[in-house]
Design a protein around this ligand. Structure first.
Ligand SMILES: Cc1cc2nc3c(=O)[nH]c(=O)nc-3n(C[C@H](O)[C@H](O)[C@H](O)COP(=O)(O)OP(=O)(O)OC[C@H]3O[C@@H](n4cnc5c(N)ncnc54)[C@H](O)[C@@H]3O)c2cc1C
Length: 427
């Protein structure tokens, strides 16, 4: 019997350590209204402690300074880290840097790794992943940003949108059309572009969860690449390989997103439950009202179901690889995002007006959670791809396979002899 839902004791101890580290060292930073520079100053000594503990950049293989945990263990770690939006940065697995490091590790030359991967892994530089173009983000076949060869250089021209770390990134990984005549999945390549290259213009964007651009970790921007020149050797992977590489980057990354959402859910659930037993109205505690009991019970079941679905997907990736687990990877995205929204919504609701104010972290968590249904591909796109793949196993029939009269006729024909001579058959 190969199924096993237990966590080995050594790793459980690491998760316990991470949990305490978050509540003792990282939660206090959340309420200091830090800007990015101050946050990085305070995060630096904590990052050293994470490195000493052996949990730094856990998504990478050991030869790259990571732990080689595999997706299942990584998922469990991300569940803990998801409890604070500051934690992934402190643990060296912050998007988009984590995915970018994986990409360079996967497809980079030795020189590219030396120049970009080593400092990324050390946390000395930040990076951006410039893929989306506004209005066509969910259909990369329509992207128009292009890179053309001019002697020993690529010249990049185009406009990208919602690029995390755009204004802070020392490196941009840009997806651009280099093979305009190739088929839809082989038109784009990835290019390594220094963040200070002439011709890059960034406009920082206000986000629903951060209209004033004050978030200590996140900054997203619209980027214009206006004839940006980079050396020919800055191509990452082969020409026309961007689509394939992006799929390899986004698949396992989704596990980490989804497990972080479980962490957010758990923190919101703790607030919900604490409030339920703390406040009494109309003659009794909120915990005794059936509506609140429904919220508690439904939230707990939904979190557990999303968690198991996500961990099972992680296990599938470890067993059979990300391409074979595509259906599950897409499923956890829209399912997890919905659970995240619902649990946060109930947690806000039980706090009443307090939940609507910045005196509780819930309003900020709620606004940030809204993005989960959009980034990493909108939920609708993932639903379409899951439905398409599942429906491939079905064939049209004139009469439903389960049609009872048809089945009855077949069964009567099959057992006719026994039914006609009931006594003979039992004697
Ligand atoms: C917080 C956040 C961070 C992000 N970070 C980055 C980043 O670092 N780098 C980067 O390149 N991008 C980033 N993105 C962009 C993200 O990847 C895109 O927003 C996403 O892929 C959707 O693209 P779009 O916004 O252009 O939406 P569109 O493609 O314009 O889609 C709009 C809406 O159309 C509907 N829709 C689209 N396709 C279908 C379909 N097939 N069936 C039914 N309905 C459909 C959906 O409701 C969808 O929400 C980020 C986005 C967010 C919100």
């Amino acid at each position: 019997m190969a199924w096993d839902f237990s966590t080995e004791p050594e790793f459980a101890a690491e998760l316990d350590w991470a949990r305490s580290f978050l509540s003792e060292e990282i939660y206090p930073l959340e309420v200091l209204d830090l800007d990015h520079a101050a946050f990085r100053r305070l995060a630096a000594p904590l990052q050293e402690r994470v490195k000493e503990r052996g949990l730094w950049a856990a998504h990478l293989d050991p030869e790259l300074g990571g732990q080689g945990f595999g997706q299942l263990k990584l998922g469990l770690l991300h569940e803990v880290l998801g409890r604070s939006e500051l934690a992934p940065f402190v643990f060296g697995c912050q998007a988009p840097d984590s995915g970018n490091a994986e990409l360079i590790a996967l497809a980079g030359t030795e020189e590219q790794k030396r120049r970009w991967l080593d400092p990324l892994l050390d946390g000395r530089i930040l990076s951006a992943f410039a893929m989306t173009e506004q209005g066509t983000g969910s259909d990369p076949r329509q992207f128009t940003t292009r890179a053309e060869r001019d002697g020993d250089e690529w010249v990049i021209t185009g406009r990208k949108w919602m690029v995390g770390n755009a204004s802070r990134g020392d490196l941009h990984i840009v997806l651009a059309v280099t093979e305009p005549d190739a088929d839809a999945h082989h038109r784009m390549s990835m290019l390594l572009v220094p963040g200070d290259a002439p011709g890059i213009r960034v406009r920082d964007l206000g986000l629903m969860n951060d209209p004033g651009g004050e978030n200590p970790v996140w900054a997203h921007g619209e980027v214009v690449y206006d004839g940006v020149r980079i050396p020919a050797e800055n191509l990452l992977g082969g020409r026309g390989e961007a689509f394939t590489l992006a799929q390899r980057r986004l698949g396992p990354g989704r596990i980490h997103h989804c497990m972080r959402w479980i962490g957010v859910c758990r923190r919101a659930f703790d607030m919900l439950a604490e409030r339920a037993v703390s406040v009494a109205v109309h003659g009794g505690p909120l915990a005794d009202k059936q509506t609140v009991q429904n919220w508690v019970a439904d939230s707990a079941a939904a979190i557990e179901a999303a968690r198991l679905l996500t961990l099972h997907t992680a296990w599938r990736i470890d067993q059979v690889g990300a391409p074979a687990a595509r259906t599950e990877i897409a499923m956890i995205k829209y399912h997890g995002a919905q659970v995240l929204h619902d649990v946060l919504d109930r947690a806000v609701q039980i706090h009443g007006s307090l939940g609507f104010t910045t005196d509780m972290p819930l309003e900020q968590m709620y606004r940030w959670a809204r993005a989960a249904r959009i980034y990493d591909g909108p939920d609708e796109v993932h639903r379409v791809s899951v439905a398409r793949r599942l429906l491939r196993d079905y064939r049209p029939t004139a009469v439903p396979t389960e049609h009872v009269p048809t089945r009855r006729a077949a069964a009567l024909a099959r057992f006719a002899e026994v039914l006609e001579h009931p006594l003979e058959s039992v004697s």
